[in-house]
Design a protein around this ligand. Sequence first.
Ligand code: PGA
Length: 250
Amino acid sequence: MRKKIVAGNWKMNLLLDEAEKLNASIDETLSKGNFRCDVYHFIPFIYLKEAIDNSKHVQIGAQNGHPEKNGAYTGEISIHQLAHMGTQAILIGHSERRQLFNETNDFLKAKVNTAIAEQLTVFFCCGESLEQRESEDYEQIVINQLKSALFHLPEEDFRKVIIAYEPIWAIGTGKTASPEQANAMHISIRAAIADAYGNSVAETTSILYGGSCKPSNAQELLTQSDIDGGLIGGASLKPEDFMSIISTYQ
Ligand code: PGA
């Protein structure tokens, strides 16, 4: 049985009081119900400490982190600093980091290595652009992202990684991959994991879908055979919407 996970990616949104309220509201609702999934919030750095100290049911993650332990990197925050503060997880390879901040596979690989060494749970994102989708080898493009930044890990470390498949053309666009399209890619990703690590690892790796997942489509997407949860952007900013998505696994 694979672990089901619903994770909110707040991106660069919310002011301090809004962030505190949203995290507290989800944490409290989770305390009252019986949900068969793990819930994470990936939140701006400046809100991490408060959220870590006050969350009992939501696991708190960072949206980014620098692989070097410390040094002359003005404006950066190291994965080591995050881990030391109690951060439980980190997003690596989100398409916005790849595209807007030119993060390369080599840099992502360095982050993966540091995050694993610091015992953070790695949520590794992959996905193709619209242009790539229209080419024939879009599945291979996504699998190459995994090969170049993730598949070097020894099996015991890879087992700790969660994968999020996020077609770039579906992120924040309102366009969602159909459940069949998403599931087909998840099956291909799982097959690639089986090639690299064997069937038993592939069968236990959680692969989340992300990209305009919302209450109206969550049920159908998140119950596909190979979709083990969601990485939710826009819809994670409203407690009712995020809870409605989490309730898929009630
Ligand atoms: P979205 O974002 O749900 O707003 O499309 C998903 C993500 O980028 O993780």
